[in-house]
Design a binder for this molecule. Structure first.
Ligand code: SF4
Length: 69
């Protein structure tokens, strides 16, 4: 069984949705967002802090940010 590093991951999480129950549980976070064709907040924060704070996690929005749109 693999040990979960939730407490360490929680400290380094870039997502600003602080009350999310998945915070620090990256496997659950990714699973949750992928089911809705979305990406986790940390991915957006690498491009734009404002984009992350919009809570729009959609694939298409991410692609627009990457392409400079
Ligand atoms: S990216 Fe989504 S699931 Fe992950 S911690 Fe933030 S709000 Fe929760």
């Amino acid at each position: 069984m693999v040990e979960c590093n939730q407490e360490r991951l929680k400290e380094n999480c870039d997502c600003t949705y602080m009350t999310c129950s998945r915070r620090g549980k990256c496997c659950e976070c990714i699973e949750y967002h992928l089911k809705m064709n979305e990406l986790p907040g940390c991915v957006f924060s690498k491009i734009s802090k404002d984009a992350e704070k919009s809570y729009n996690r959609d694939f298409n929005y991410f692609a627009k940010l990457v392409l400079g749109g």
